[in-house]
Design a protein around this ligand. Structure first.
Ligand SMILES: C[S@@+](CC[C@H](N)C(=O)[O-])C[C@H]1O[C@@H](n2cnc3c(N)ncnc32)[C@H](O)[C@@H]1O
Length: 414
């Protein structure tokens, strides 16, 4: 029903009219009335989550939206002559960053929201179980990009401080997945930095996370590098992967399920399976590996993926983002992931309705993947132009709304 798509604005309006002092019950009533929902729509209960306890999905949505406005102390109105520019600070050519303390919902759908803010202003205030935090943080580059990079020495503290409030809210068995770079070298040397090892230990020692895996994202479409150590001074090989580190707060309760990411069987395996399995017996010298008649004969739904994520950069959403950015006169993003990466980990590690977070949103590929998979999502990004471009990818999603102040972003401005 169309009215339901406007829930978010109704929550904001009800809230503003009551100066933020509504009880939950009064809020549900008020919003339901504004949205033209009957009492029975509001009361209708369906099983939600893996425990399947009956809950009201409408009340749940209202609560979730209310939270973003109240608990996170979001700015709603952007007033004054300079509008949104009053809230920015320059971050480089064509890039404007949210000034300290600025927090605005750049756009939202029924399932999630992209918040224009520093993550430090948002996650410490959130009081809601997060099921998965998946992020591609800025890399520890010696020459920082315009959007901001910490150096290698600060990096472990930078990541631990960022993740601390998220880990506090992590649901039991929830996961933290970080896509980082392996190509960080010690000063004037082809030796790789050991920051990944330091970071892994710190996440365990300081935040109590356990390492589930280090999954290489193998990407043969990466430009050949490291330029100096492989192409000029020919001691290194050219890079084709980035590590994806997967942690959880409770390995025995981890919410992972590989049946959600099964791949199609090869044609050969399909035939073998349907022919009743192997027709021979084979035993290898040390007895470690045996094949018996009917081995591999069980009909299974698909292949369990290997722990290597092999995928090029090519991504329809990245192409769409570039096109929108060009049309709107926005700078492109320099470090976009293909949506397939968050999509894979969100399917593996969460169920529909769960909450997925990304502190370093960029073009919000995490949000987009979560949105399409029916998970709730919350993404922070501090560069205004990236969020303005990203909003275009959500236009057809239920409940989509972009903050009117973002209309002024793009093209040429003062
Ligand atoms: C590697 S990019 C993420 C790219 C993203 N995964 C994508 O596919 O578009 C890191 C992002 O973190 C943002 N960022 C850096 N520090 C931040 C902070 N304190 N709060 C919010 N965003 C931040 C940068 O502006 C940049 O867009």
């Amino acid at each position: 029903m169309r009215e339901q798509l406007e829930l978010f604005s109704h929550v904001a309006a009800a809230y503003a009219d009551a100066s933020g002092t509504l009880t939950n019950t009064a809020l549900y009533r008020d919003v339901a009335q504004r949205a033209g929902l009957s009492d029975s729509d509001l009361q209708a209960r369906v099983p939600i989550g893996s425990a399947g306890a009956p809950r009201s999905p409408v009340a749940r949505k209202i609560r979730w939206m209310q939270q973003s406005l109240k608990q996170l102390k979001m700015i709603e109105r952007v007033e004054g002559e300079r509008g949104i520019w009053r809230l920015t600070e320059r971050a480089g050519k064509d890039l404007d960053r949210a000034a300290e303390g600025v927090k605005l919902i750049a756009f939202h759908t029924e399932l999630g929201m992209a918040i224009w803010s520093r993550h430090q202003n948002v996650f410490p205030l959130l009081d809601e179980p997060i099921h998965l935090c998946i992020s591609s943080p800025p890399y520890p580059l010696r020459q920082a990009r315009a959007y901001g990079n910490p150096d290698e020495v600060q990096y472990v503290d930078f990541i631990c401080e960022a993740l601390d409030p998220v880990v506090r809210n992590l649901a039991p068995g929830g996961s933290v997945v970080l896509n980082i770079s392996n190509d960080i070298f010690t000063h004037k040397s082809p030796a790789r930095s050991l920051y990944i090892e330091r970071l892994t230990l710190a996440l365990h020692d300081r935040l109590g996370l356990d390492l589930m895996d280090r999954i290489p994202w193998v990407n043969y479409s990466k430009p050949p590098g490291p330029t100096y150590w492989a192409c000029v001074n020919r001691v290194q090989l050219t890079t084709a992967y980035e590590p994806v580190l997967w942690f959880t707060n409770d390995p025995l309760k981890v919410r992972s399920d590989n049946r959600r990411v099964l791949e199609a069987h090869t044609e050969r395996h399909h035939k073998l399976m349907h022919a009743g399995g192997a027709g021979r017996t084979a035993e290898y010298g040390d007895g470690a590996y045996q094949i018996r008649p009917n081995s591999f004969g069980r009909i299974t739904a698909g292949k369990i993926p290997r722990n290597v994520f092999e995928r090029g950069h090519a991504c329809r959403d990245t192409a769409a983002y570039r096109q929108h950015a060009k049309e709107l006169g926005l700078p492109p993003h320099g470090a976009m992931q293909p949506t397939s990466l968050p999509d894979f980990f969100i399917r593996l590690l969460t169920e529909p309705g769960d909450l997925v977070a990304d502190l370093f949103g960029g073009t919000t590929k995490t949000g987009l993947a979560a949105e399409r998979l029916g998970r709730r999502w919350i993404v922070t990004e501090w560069i205004l132009q990236y969020l303005r471009g990203a909003a275009e990818m959500y236009r057809d999603r239920p409940g989509f709304q972009m903050h009117a102040a973002l209309d002024a972003v793009g093209g040429h401005h003062g």
